[in-house]
Design a protein around this ligand. Sequence first.
Ligand code: IPD
Ligand code: CA
Ligand code: CA
Length: 280
Amino acid sequence: MSEQVIGGKSFTAVAINCAAKAGEWIKTKLGNHTSLSLKYSAQDLVTEVDKGAEAMIRNLVMTHFPHHSFLGEEGVQPGPEASDRALQSVRDAEYLWIVDPLDGTTNFVHSFPFFSVSIALAHRGEVIVGVVYDPIRDELFVAEKGKGAYVRGRRMNVSQEEALRDSLIATGFPADQTFALPLNMKGLQALVPQVRNVRSGGSAALHLAYVAAGRLSGFWEIGLNAWDIAAGSLLIEESGGRVTDVKGSPYDLGVRHVAASNGRIHDEFLNALQQAESNS
Ligand code: IPD
Ligand code: CA
Ligand code: CA
């Protein structure tokens, strides 16, 4: 891994500071956001709080690291093609911050207390810092490449389940109703009878953090973006788990159809998705 501190400022400390500040501010806005608009579809929401949180994070990052690149959800046009283009234009940057300022906007809008701030730093395409913050529970999940992953200061480990039948799996219901949602529903239909149960809390980043913490055995979703997955992917890898696309290719920043698990169930998990033809 390359040097983590420049001029005394630790990348991880800045990531944590950004996530904590944005998360605390988001919490003060719960139940009193003032603007709600639609983006890519009727299910794809954005508020002034998403935009304000991203501006706050971007300003902080740029103050500390003015030469770094920044990819934030709210700075990108809605929809999968625009997201792909935005990623391609920066993915090989020396240092790239990848930010979802509010993952779980639908929950935030409905005061359903399950959402997060997700911040990753990639060095030449490889995630080296990942932070996911849940402001409601005041839980900060943090990982540094090669140094492990922690929540509330305790080292995280993925869960022990060896088989799908003993597993608690999570997924999401993608806002893209033409491509991603139908595929995801095929996977859901196939997996429910094969696993202990399925959860869908509405924040992909937080679900990934829960896989890292051993609270979920696995998570998959079709049609996510780099900012939903990047931080969580490092949390899981540093907790002993496995992250691939739904066909089994290793994780990289371009993965949109993600399967993440404790590693032990991974092959069976991928097989089940493949059998259901839900891996596109
Ligand atoms: C969404 C959440 C949700 C997932 C969607 C994402 P957003 O992110 O992670 O759980 O199912 O696919 O778009 O829009 O709340 O940042
Ligand atoms: Ca998101
Ligand atoms: Ca978001």
